[in-house]
Design a protein around this ligand. Sequence first.
Ligand SMILES: Cc1cc2nc3c(=O)[nH]c(=O)nc-3n(C[C@H](O)[C@H](O)[C@H](O)COP(=O)(O)OP(=O)(O)OC[C@H]3O[C@@H](n4cnc5c(N)ncnc54)[C@H](O)[C@@H]3O)c2cc1C
Length: 412
Amino acid sequence: MIGRLPQSIEEVVASHLCLGCGACAHVAPDQLAMHDVTEVGRRPLPIAAVNGRVAGEALAVCPGRELAHEPDALTGAPLRGEWGPVLALYECWSTDPDVRYRGSSGGVTTTLAAHAVSSGRATGALQVQADPLDPLRNVTVRNTTYASITGAAGSRYAPASPCERLDLVEEADGRTVFVGKPCDVAAVRRVAAIRPALRDKLDITIAIFCAGTPSTAATEMLVRELGTDPDDVVSVDYRGEGWPGSFRVRSRSGDVRSMSYAESWGGTLTKHRQWRCLICPDHTGEFADLSVGDPWYREVGPGEAGRSLVVVRTEAGRDALLAALADGSLAGGEVPLDLLPRSQPNLADTRGAVWGRVLTMRLMGLAAPSYRRMPALRLWWRLPLRGKITSIGGTYRRARLRGLRQPEVSSV
Ligand SMILES: Cc1cc2nc3c(=O)[nH]c(=O)nc-3n(C[C@H](O)[C@H](O)[C@H](O)COP(=O)(O)OP(=O)(O)OC[C@H]3O[C@@H](n4cnc5c(N)ncnc54)[C@H](O)[C@@H]3O)c2cc1C
């Protein structure tokens, strides 16, 4: 393989390959701590007393450096090209109207997490939610009650490091459902592979579909665009209150301002995603037991009640989904697999562009991630000529002009 893999966590960060999941800080808590770098994302920074570079287990669990599927025979589910392992596809929604209303699509992720606890299969759910002390940022919490789990409903389009609190899973009585982005779930799988303490305490993993994490600075920009001072904010919601929902900011005075999802994501957030997300092949949570996304093949209309598309990737995931449907926590049913590509119409082109970008990084001698059993070359070939050129030319320009060779965090 041409190109090189980073050989330390510091090199992962310096090479713009960090996803901010926090897994390295979990396995090396004496060496690394996660910090929110406002313009970039959450990053593992060395604890002052550490001498030398951090590698070993911290590097082994890093999903920014490497993603690899097992062969079909080991996973038990057929690998379906750019969609990863897929057993079945469902379209569902929460039967709790409040959760469905506050959830990003159909509130299914939240309901699956809550059902694991109410059914007695697990005793908690590790989730990301708004930091009550700093509402523009996120915290990771192990919620244990229906009210607290459903209180975390809603996608947060801002940096979050759920894996940095895997200690809460390892130390809890009983099992824990893990909810995160595709990269977070990929990291959990890698940590569980080397730490029985986690493997024995993990219930199912649920991934939300993800096209990339915008920086905290992007949220600040949206808040200012709405004419609100970021220091005056008491809550920020990115989705919810219908589908696809709106971006809403509440200030100390009680004033609430909002803009549509299309304006917030399409106008600002998408332009401020970290580089590593732009070279990520996994937007649909390929390493999860269940992954949940928006059914974009549906008509978006005012007051539309949300539905979620659920990809069943393992038998454990299928059992959890069927149990929640059987006891009426979820409604909905199985749908044909061809709805999956229609739900994310840009994904095939995006993954093709990822192949071109990673190739360019390697040819330029930059550190680049390794992806195994995650095919993308065919998708690159299918791109129009302009798309092929942009994937290579854009990466070349970015590397030369916009500092892919410069460290993204000055203190590392
Ligand atoms: C950065 C980002 C990018 C996204 N890109 C896509 C996309 O390309 N296509 C698509 O279909 N959908 C995307 N989504 C939306 C998400 O996949 C949908 O919300 C999904 O359908 C789940 O909806 P739900 O109603 O079932 O989830 P909900 O019931 O609302 O639950 C959401 C769960 O996700 C957790 N969570 C929220 N934000 C984060 C975070 N930043 N990191 C880790 N966990 C979090 C919460 O703790 C909660 O448990 C994105 C979301 C985010 C945060």
